[in-house]
Design a protein around this ligand. Structure first.
Ligand code: URA
Length: 192
């Protein structure tokens, strides 16, 4: 797996994965999509129902909002990359268990190595916890730069709220916070 030289090779190598209990329940393995050399990488939690049905990340309601945010930054979905901590849908959209996330983490890290993004935006608490080992609450740390070491590179990471949370908590305060975080990420991308 770690020997895969391209994202496409990696996707083919791991799409039949049965390393954790989520594999047998999936309809589709949701690898991720976008520009394989994107400067900006979004990382969510895991596929929901729509994503499992279509085999693509963020295509449901939360995805519609993510698309709007991406275009508000002057970018398109094709110009960024969108991935998740786990590639298979957790039952009833529950948060992935730590052993499920651990089983999938090597895949995500290899994706990051191959994409070599300049900036990562993590969406919600799960990628922050599983990728950065941060146990701080998302409300506390959103908007504060973190760094991730992958493949000998140190990548700036901007944690923000998950779009599904924004939809549930559709207040001006939450929307402003996410917008500020995304603008920070875009400014960093433009500087890099
Ligand atoms: N929520 C996520 O975290 N990821 C998706 O792909 C869809 C919804």
């Amino acid at each position: 797996m770690s020997g895969a030289a391209t994202l496409a090779d990696l996707g083919s190598a791991i799409q039949g994965c049965l390393k954790c209990a989520l594999g047998p329940g999936r309809i589709h393995f949701v690898f991720g999509e976008g520009d394989p050399h994107a400067g900006l990488l979004f990382i969510g939690e895991g596929p929901g129902r729509d994503e499992d049905l279509q085999g693509r990340p963020f295509v449901g309601k939360a995805g519609e909002l993510l698309d709007k945010m991406i275009s508000a930054l002057g970018l398109s979905r094709q110009e960024v990359y969108i991935a998740n901590v786990v590639k298979c849908r957790p039952p009833d959209n529950r948060t992935p268990l730590s052993d499920e996330a651990a089983a999938c983490l090597g895949y995500l890290r290899r994706q990051i190595e191959l994409i070599q993004p300049k900036v990562i935006v993590t969406l919600g608490a799960t990628p922050l916890r599983e990728l950065l080992g941060s146990t701080e609450g998302i409300t506390k740390v959103r908007g504060q730069w973190k760094r991730l070491e992958v493949g000998g590179r140190s990548i700036p990471v901007m944690p923000t709220f998950h779009p599904a949370y924004v939809l549930r908590q559709y207040t001006q305060e939450v929307r402003r916070a996410v917008w500020a975080d995304l603008q920070e990420a875009k400014a960093e991308l433009d500087r890099a």
